[in-house]
Design a protein around this ligand. Structure first.
Ligand code: DC
Length: 233
């Protein structure tokens, strides 16, 4: 089946590769909306934890997914992270801990969770003009996206960058533990049977190991300008 072309940029890749910073900057340059799909998986993980729902309990998970209300708002000025509201309550940095990342990775392997969030993401992206960031946005959520990127970097570099980000926020960081978590999460995200982390066949892979954020954004922006969308130049 040939997917209908959509005016959408997708940026997939492993955790800590700088996707959020790059996606947000590119969205601003293009005047597109930034869609952080990882935040949605983190929100579901957080709700499971809050409500004491065992994600393996299909029935309770189904109820949770059909009743909770999630809103994504643009980041505060100077911040990278989108603001997430669950049932009207702002989640703040609680969603951004390494532990919540691990839990999000676990719940993201469940078919019910993926179906619900994929549907929501497609609703949000239906009108186009979106920069979607995640693991499967180019392969599963928006296969018809015109501009697809896969952003990679070595686990060591990603752990170092993530540690710097967390330290900037005043948090104590064990970099070795962070590296172990990144390697584990990569493996889980790549090896799960549904919507595993991988580059779409038509994605441009960029290794950001030796590149600054500005350089990565520039490469992506140039590509968006160079590849026409939907019959237009
Ligand atoms: O991008 P992130 O670190 O906020 O994502 C948290 C987890 O959510 C990630 O380890 C896997 C999952 N995820 C996913 O399965 N599919 C996506 N499109 C985005 C995130």
């Amino acid at each position: 089946m040939v997917a209908i072309k959509q005016r959408i940029v997708t940026i997939d890749g492993p955790s800590g590769g700088g996707k959020s910073t790059v996606s947000r900057a590119l969205a601003v340059k293009l005047r597109f909306t930034y869609l952080d799909t990882g935040a949605m998986y983190r929100a579901v993980a957080f709700q499971c934890r809050q409500q004491g729902v065992d994600p393996a309990d299909d029935h309770r998970l189904e109820t949770l997914l059909s009743t909770f209300r999630m809103e994504l708002l643009p980041p505060d000025p100077g911040e990278d992270d989108v603001r997430v509201l669950i049932d009207g309550q702002e989640m703040g940095s609680q969603l951004r801990t390494p532990e919540m990342g691990m839990l999000a990775s676990q719940v993201s392997a469940l078919p019910q969770v993926r179906q619900t969030l994929t549907r929501l993401q497609r609703e949000i992206g239906a009108g186009g003009r979106i920069v979607a960031e995640g693991r499967d946005t180019g392969t599963v959520v928006f296969p018809g996206a015109v501009w697809k990127f896969f952003l990679d970097a070595s686990p060591e570099v990603r752990a170092r960058r993530r540690a710097a980000q967390l330290r900037n926020k005043g948090e104590l960081v064990d970099e070795r533990q962070l590296l172990a978590q990144i390697i584990q999460r990569d493996r889980d995200d790549r090896e799960r049977p549904i919507a595993p982390l991988m580059a779409a066949l038509d994605a441009l892979t960029i290794d950001s190991t030796g590149l600054s954020v500005d350089e990565v954004v520039r490469q992506m922006y140039d590509r968006v300008l160079a590849v026409s969308c939907c019959g237009e130049k």
